[in-house]
Design a protein. Structure first.
Length: 193
């Protein structure tokens, strides 16, 4: 079935098209969510939100990009939205603790599980260190690095998903690698130096 026909069936709310969409994209979306938020429960929740958004917005899909690109964009945006909300809650809890309000700080972290399907690092501790370092990158660098190195997307695909030029994607990737080298060097120097 051609993509245009598949999209048309999704827009007509055909059950068979939705089943195929879930079958074709469930693992890819979950993997992307795990790349940004390496906590299984949170990643599953975000992945469900992605499919709800796809179902609710498929009528607006114009076909200016591939369906997979559009779905990746939704997944990345949902992950970044989750991280923003989580960080806002942490800042709020921290401010309350500083000013003496009795509200427990959110001690949870999304770095609780490292069974990411796309990361085959033998040492679990190394994958945790890597994900924490990636999380410290500026947002645009984190998105580009994650989509390229963990999800295996090309710079061209990343440019389409993030709506950035190829040279911007290359530049962000270069800076992400440099920043990760510094972050990881600092970590190893302070812990093993």
């Amino acid at each position: 079935m051609k993509e245009e026909e598949f999209i048309r069936e999704l827009q007509q709310a055909k059950q068979s098209a939705y089943s195929r969409l879930i079958e074709d994209y469930q693992q890819k979306v979950f993997s992307t969510c795990m790349s940004f938020v390496p906590n299984k429960e949170d990643a599953e929740d975000i992945a469900q939100e992605v499919f709800v958004e796809v179902f609710n917005s498929i009528q607006k899909f114009k076909g200016n990009s591939k369906l997979s690109t559009w779905i990746y964009r939704i997944a990345v945006n949902k992950c970044l939205e989750f991280i923003r909300k989580k960080n806002t809650k942490k800042r709020f809890a921290f401010m309350q603790s500083v000013f003496g309000k009795s509200m427990p700080a959110d001690k949870s972290s999304y770095f609780t599980e490292f069974n990411h399907p796309g990361v085959l690092l033998a040492n679990k501790e190394q994958s945790e260190i890597l994900f924490k370092a990636i999380d410290k990158l500026p947002k645009d660098q984190k998105v580009v690095f994650t989509l390229h190195k963990i999800e295996g997307l090309s710079y061209k695909e990343i440019g389409t998903i993030t709506e950035k030029s190829l040279s911007s994607v290359e530049s962000l990737m270069f800076r992400a690698k440099k920043n990760l080298q510094k972050l990881l060097h600092s970590y190893y120097k302070s812990n093993y130096g």
